[in-house]
Design a protein around this ligand. Structure first.
Ligand SMILES: Nc1ncnc2c1ncn2[C@@H]1O[C@H](COP(=O)(O)OP(=O)(O)OP(=O)(O)O)[C@@H](O)[C@H]1O
Ligand SMILES: [Mg+2]
Length: 285
């Protein structure tokens, strides 16, 4: 860890993530695409932050950097005390399993696995507990996101888009990460289902869980606590210019999840965390 990054770690304060001069350029023939062009920002802990901007402005590239799906060319990025740009090998894998949960536009579920098996997969990969414990936790998460029990053993191809996205959200929550990254999570859904999914994502934010949602959609951005606007690889209206929106009460959901959202998704029990500790050790903590 570079000396500068240590300063950033100790300066994380009430932020889940902090970035300084984060840069990712792509070569495209003779041209350079400045997808993320020296951005600096803080993600306030426990909030839903919308990353809004036109197609091609760099939103997915930025999310991929934050999720360690891609490496920055330069700059610094600290997420939940981890110096992400410095991670390599097993540390990077452990970071992706334990620190971030992804929700994608195309749901990206494993087609050969049932809904419940898709949710169990990240826990299995993290070596968390026996299959009975994992199955019970996966069922509880699917119940919380509002997937009826008769759908738990269905493969994704036999679920609606909204149901698939609920499964993807339960999967993102499997290892209880502090940061959920949602990339155009409603773009493949009708507007009513999309609104329900945004409310579900919004209800995930809490003391120790932050949501970053990339979107073109003004209506979705309005649901966020903060909005960061991206244009041509640059960020605007980020802190300290951001002003907090008043928190709105959750509208009544037409499809009621089996448990009230206000309770929050089920947290893992102690035995589960003991099993995950090995993964955390890989992150060098
Ligand atoms: N692997 C890559 N190689 C070359 N260029 C890339 C690559 N990934 C992204 N780009 C380019 O970087 C720019 C930003 O792309 P990015 O996918 O981050 O935009 P976006 O804001 O997510 O767009 P959208 O809203 O359409 O999803 C675009 O010009 C894109 O063509
Ligand atoms: Mg994108």
């Amino acid at each position: 860890m570079s000396r500068g990054s240590e300063d950033l770690v100790s300066d994380l304060g009430s932020s889940t993530a902090v970035a300084e001069q984060l840069t990712k350029h792509f070569k495209s023939g003779p041209d350079t695409v400045r997808a993320v062009d020296g951005v600096s920002f803080r993600l306030p802990r426990g909030k839903m932050v919308a990353l809004q901007g036109a197609s091609g402005c760099g939103k997915s590239t930025l999310l991929n950097l934050i999720g360690a799906l891609d490496k920055p060319d330069s700059g610094r990025l600290i997420v939940d005390g981890i110096d992400v740009a410095q991670l390599g090998g097993s540390g990077e894998v452990a970071y992706r399993r334990l620190k971030v949960g992804f929700v994608f536009q195309m749901f990206n579920l494993v087609p050969q696995l049932s809904a419940i098996e898709n949710v169990m997969l990240p826990m299995e990969l993290a070596g968390a507990g026996n299959s009975g414990t994992l199955q019970a936790r996966a069922a509880a998460l699917l119940g919380w996101v509002g997937l009826p029990p008769d759908r738990h053993n269905r493969r994704p191809s036999r679920l609606s888009g909204g149901e698939q996205q609920r499964v993807a959200i339960a999967r993102a929550l499997a290892n209880d990460p502090p940061l959920i990254l949602a990339d155009e999570a409603t773009a493949n859904l009708d507007s009513k289902t999309g609104a329900l999914i945004v409310q579900l994502l919004r209800s995930l934010r809490g003391e120790d869980r932050t949501i970053l949602i990339a979107t073109h959609d003004e209506a979705i951005a309005k649901e966020a606590d903060f909005v960061i606007v991206m244009k041509d690889g640059h960020l605007f209206a980020s802190e300290p210019k951001l002003e907090e929106q008043p928190t709105k009460p959750l509208p009544k959901l037409e499809e009621q999840p089996t448990k009230p959202l206000s309770e929050g998704p089920p947290r893992p029990d102690r035995a589960f965390w003991d099993s995950l500790r090995r993964g955390l050790d890989e992150l060098g903590r």
